[in-house]
Design a protein around this ligand. Structure first.
Ligand SMILES: [Zn+2]
Ligand SMILES: [Zn+2]
Length: 449
């Protein structure tokens, strides 16, 4: 490590309690996507020492420039996700929101706050040949879908994912490279450079006709029966999916009726349709819609199929040696041993809106541990705050510095090695084309007199 790198580590060690307090505070005050007002305010306050801070981006996003912006400079975003999950039975659930941080995003925000403390040091700041943008982004978890659909109808957002929305709004236009983090129970630290699935989401409503389920079933049209046929029809599509596309189709009945003795006049379903490439999930999405129509046709119920653009597959980097160096520098001082610095990482069949960012610019990602249990489950729990928050802050800060030191040599190499998958204009056009609505009219057969 050079003198500046040593100084970055020293500053973060000296501010250990502040960083842990931030991670802990956010852990206990989880908020759902596009509603992270408290967390957003906490982050903005922590950015007070920077040159310029913008708030309210894609509703709750915060973007803070370390130094005054200059034309032609390289800008690296250190990014953290503000949102949590609608898991209300975790012992640390925020009672006001019913949300809990079972995906560990609190460690991301704590890490970015800690990195800001170190990079704001005058000597460190002056050693950066470019600018750092500390970015807190909303709504990574694609949940609370009806609420987001409402925001879309009100014209407040276009997409369910926070980074997707920030791209559309132009808030990532002046960023060259992004650095992101995710917690990973069972790991101490790792380079995260695997691809992931992309997806679209489906909101389906079947409309039937209520009737007494025992006294007059012949007078009703059963919306739940339509959903039941549709679910079977979805399942029979599965044999047509290619293994190489890693297609995942999964969901649930969000409303299946009101009572056992009432024929359901409404049934609703929420599904995700995922694959590791865009044509494959577009193809599976068409088969999904066909299965919904089958339910409607077989029962005479009407159907509305709303398709919402989700996230794109992640584009891995060719070379992550800068990230590997940052992780090994930080880990020298610790006894953690479960460290992976491999550039080639396994693909995830889950999804992230870092996929969308990585289609437009280079994205470095890393993992740290410090949590017990399983993500997206009530067993998720921070157990090692040094690893979860402080180590994360150190890696974030070192990445910012390592990319921008020596005339931003590493950042320039990263940019030279990278080819965007899509332009911003084509991205917005693709996302808009993936957002559709279809209506199947009710077609009941008249009941006998
Ligand atoms: Zn998650
Ligand atoms: Zn997550």
């Amino acid at each position: 490590m050079d003198h500046i790198e040593e100084k970055i580590i020293e500053i973060i060690d000296a501010n250990r309690e502040t960083i842990i307090a931030a991670g802990r505070d956010i852990w206990y005050h989880a908020e759902l996507g596009y509603k992270e007002f408290r967390t957003s305010e906490l982050f903005a306050k922590a950015m007070a020492g920077n040159a310029e801070t913008k708030t309210g981006l894609a509703i709750t996003g915060v973007k803070s420039y370390l130094k005054p912006k200059q034309d032609g400079e390289v800008r690296v975003a250190l990014m953290g996700e503000l949102d949590a999950l609608p898991i209300s039975n975790h012992k640390d659930t925020n009672p006001e929101t019913g949300a809990s941080h079972c995906c560990g995003h609190n460690s991301q925000i704590a890490g970015v706050i800690g990195a800001a403390i170190a990079l704001q040091d005058e000597e460190v700041k002056n050693a950066l040949d470019g600018n750092i943008v500390f970015f807190a982004v909303p709504a990574e978890e694609y949940v609370d879908v009806e609420y987001r659909r409402g925001l879309m109808k009100e014209g407040k957002i276009s997409y369910g994912g926070g980074k997707c929305e920030l791209i559309k709004c132009g808030d990532l236009d002046d960023i060259d490279i992004t650095v992101g983090h995710h917690t990973m129970p069972g790991t101490d630290a790792a380079v995260a450079n695997g691809t992931s699935n992309g997806f679209v989401n489906k909101l389906v409503t079947f409309r039937g006709k209520a009737s007494h389920a025992a006294g007059a079933p012949d007078k009703g049209v059963d919306a739940l029966a339509a959903a039941s046929v549709a679910m079977h029809a979805i399942d029979v599509q599965r044999e047509s999916f290619r293994d190489s596309d890693c297609v995942r189709v999964h969901g649930f009945i969000s409303n299946g009726g009101v009572a056992m003795n009432v024929i359901a006049d409404t049934a609703t379903m929420e599904y995700s349709v995922r694959a590791n490439n865009i044509p494959a999930y577009q193809n599976a999405s068409q088969k999904f819609d066909r299965a919904i129509r089958a339910g409607a046709v077989a029962t005479g119920a009407g159907a509305e199929i709303v398709t919402l653009a989700g996230y794109l597959p992640t584009v891995p980097l060719k070379d992550t040696s800068v990230m590997a160096e940052a992780i090994s520098d930080v880990m020298q001082a610790y006894n953690y041993r479960n460290i992976s610095l491999d550039n080639d990482c396994p693909a995830s069949t889950g999804s992230t809106d870092y996929g969308d960012v990585s289609s437009l610019m280079p994205v470095y990602q890393f993992n740290t541990g410090g949590y017990a249990g399983v993500l997206h489950d009530i067993s998720a729990q921070p157990v090692d705050e040094e690893l979860a928050y402080v180590v994360t802050a150190k890696i974030f800060a070192l990445m910012g510095y390592k990319l921008l030191k020596n005339g931003a040599e590493n950042a320039r190499k990263t940019l030279a090695d990278y080819t965007p998958k899509i332009t911003k204009e084509a991205y917005v056009a693709l996302m808009d084309s993936l957002t559709t609505e279809e209506t199947v009219a009710m077609n009941p057969i008249a009941p006998l007199e």
